[in-house]
Design a binder for this molecule. Structure first.
Ligand code: HGA
Length: 607
């Protein structure tokens, strides 16, 4: 996490940097800062809290400069205070912004302190500033100094550096943390993601691990990990600028919930034809890889992990091969046995999720092939996987993921079909699924029409401290995702159980103060689920049921909202919608910061 922006131009850049930070605030927001090359040398301004606090300070005392770097922080080393906020400086010579973690910073810090370098923060980042200052005693070019010191850094970094003797340049480098270069006309930029720069350019250059680049207003020079000059392709941003605006909506989260019919269509576009999947959408090598797949290992974190849990049901039922699902932070650190013919499937909105990326790197050479389901083209997971299927959800700004999840599910169903063709899935079943997928955007639209009823229902939750979510089958992970959403943005404790587990423990918690949310579609598990719901009612628990049939009746203490009709196979997508809306409205009633909930950040690029 953390967001970096930098600019080198022939016009003042303070406002460009601030706007970039506002657009990156989803990545971290405990403090923010800028450093600019001014007539008085490098000048810096930092504030704790949100970017607005920094903007207010700069409004009172603007910094005039045409080259600068800026940062919005999500602390990993050192508490979120002004001294730890970036940019970090070495005396008044240079300033650095950093996203990532320097694992060996303690050793480096001791060494530098012994040589007389004074530290003014508890961050790992500050060692980079002093290492550079020390290196600049030996070499005259900032580019060379950066290239020389990055070899000493263990861990992950994306850097932006300015140095006082040459105000016309900005040097950047990356390894393991995201960074793009925005290519302008007579001005150039850096940022942690493209969104931050859409105000100034729509052309981007992606750096590879170990690259160092020097930007001036007129040119960009890149060297690779070996110090050799490198060419990196410039590509055009694909989504409209409006994707980064809230429009008529009060929050990005609500906007993104409402975008789901459109983005699910976008995810299907060009990938299905008639009643068939166009398998080439996975890339030229896909067919020969899929032919050899004997099982699937899914690795993901958070919401993406829930998408993976649903895909497991699909793959085992429709493909008929084993599918394992595990959170990346566990998988990457344990001894894993990888059977032959394993397709390693990662799921990540940003494509930069540190644990998922590390897991991929850990096993890349031991698996048959890797496939990523991802929303950000050009991200690390996309670049490093053998195959990629983009979710095409467009930029997701709300920290709590919504449209990314439902498009992940759409993409996972496409993956299930591609694999299923080689195993259990016949043409007729494929046609049925494709037809269900085609109907999905409209059904999601109908689910969104439940909004007003759900808003009313939210009142029953706002004062509560605990909730329980229940589901069975593919709707169990959907209920888990519902519980995660509620805790993320409303800070209400939400647990989720497969409904059949209720009697094995959690039933002890149920009383009138613990609302129970259940997703109860019309399927052959309905009677079993209804029995579980009776167990709740018998203990005085209030039930809030999203039901797929009139066989779940509203009565005292049981509130029922009927879902639009939908093919059973795509129910996980549809039943996600009311749970997203429920969390949203509860959070709004509680007055929390919906788009930037406390303690969280969006693209989790640290361990
Ligand atoms: N380690 C640095 C940067 C943190 C970061 O990238 N977070 O996502 C710090 O703590 O300031």
């Amino acid at each position: 996490m953390c967001g970096i922006v930098g600019a080198v131009a022939s016009r003042p850049v303070q406002e460009i940097l601030l706007e970039g930070l506002r657009r990156l605030e989803y990545r971290g927001y405990d403090s923010a800062g800028v450093a600019l090359q001014t007539e008085k040398g490098i000048q810096r301004c930092r504030r704790t809290g949100k970017v607005q606090a920094l903007a207010d300070a700069l409004h009172d005392q603007p910094l005039q400069g045409k080259t600068g770097i800026a940062h919005t922080r999500w602390a990993t080393h050192g508490v979120p205070n002004e001294a730890n906020a970036h940019p970090h400086m070495s005396a008044d010579q240079l300033a650095v912004v950093h996203n990532g973690i320097i694992e060996n910073f303690e050793e480096l810090k001791q060494e530098l302190q012994a040589q007389g370098y004074e530290f003014s923060s508890d961050t790992d980042t500050e060692v980079i500033a002093h290492l550079l200052a020390r290196e600049l005693n030996k070499v005259s070019s900032l580019h060379t100094a950066v290239a020389n010191i990055i070899g000493q850094l263990e861990g992950a970094y994306a850097l932006g550096v300015i140095e006082k003797s040459d105000p016309s340049q900005l040097v950047t480098a990356r390894k393991g943390s995201p960074l793009v270069i925005g290519v302008g006309m007579g001005e150039n930029f850096i940022a942690s993601d493209q969104l931050a720069l859409l105000q100034v350019t729509d052309r981007f250059m992606f750096l590879e691990d170990g690259d160092v680049a020097t930007l001036t207003a007129e040119q960009i020079i890149v060297t690779d990990i070996n110090g050799a000059k490198a060419e990196r392709k410039v590509s055009q941003f694909e989504h409209g600028v409006s994707a980064a605006d809230k429009g008529e909506y009060k929050h990005f989260m609500l906007k993104e919930i409402y975008e789901q019919p459109e983005v699910i269509s976008a995810c299907l576009e060009g990938r299905i034809s008639g009643d068939k999947l166009l398998e080439q959408c996975f890339g030229a090598r896909a067919a020969s890889i899929f032919d050899q797949v004997k099982q699937v290992q899914i690795i993901a974190c958070g919401t993406s992990f829930h998408a993976g849990l649903i895909a497991k049901y699909w793959i085992e039922e429709l493909v008929g091969i084993p599918c394992m699902v595990e959170v990346a932070s566990e998988y990457r650190y344990r001894t894993v046995v990888i059977p032959q013919g394993t397709l390693f499937l990662t799921i990540s909105q940003s494509g930069e999720t540190a644990d998922t990326l590390a897991a991929l790197r850990e096993v890349q050479s031991r698996v048959l092939a890797s496939l990523v389901i991802c929303n950000v083209p050009g991200s690390s997971l996309v670049r490093e996987s053998d195959l990629a299927l983009m979710t095409n959800a467009g930029p997701e700004i709300g920290v709590a993921s919504t449209k990314a999840f439902t498009t992940q599910l759409t993409a996972l169903m496409l993956t299930t079909i591609a694999l299923g063709r080689r195993h259990n899935l016949d043409a007729q079943t494929e046609a049925t699924i494709i037809s269900a997928l085609r109907k999905l955007p409209q059904q999601v639209e109908q689910a969104l029409a439940m909004d007003a009823d759900i808003e009313q229902m939210a009142g029953a939750f706002a004062e509560k401290h605990h909730t329980l979510f229940l589901g069975r089958g593919t709707l169990y992970p959907v209920a888990k995702e519902g519980a995660l959403k509620l805790k993320e943005i409303s800070y209400i404790h939400a647990e989720c159980y497969p409904a059949g587990e209720l009697k094995h423990g959690p039933l002890a918690l149920v009383d009138k103060d613990m609302p129970v949310v259940a997703v109860a579609p019309q399927n052959d598990m309905l009677d079993k689920l209804k029995a579980n719901l009776q167990e709740v009612r018998a203990r005085g628990g209030e039930l809030f049921v999203f039901a797929g049939s009139d066989r779940v009746q509203a009565e005292e203490g049981t509130y029922v909202l009927t879902m639009p009709e939908c093919e059973e196979i795509m129910q996980p997508v549809l039943y996600t919608i009311p749970l997203q809306l429920l969390s949203y409205h509860v959070a709004v009633l509680k007055g929390t910061d919906v788009d930037q909930p406390r303690n969280l950040a969006k693209s989790v690029t640290v361990e």
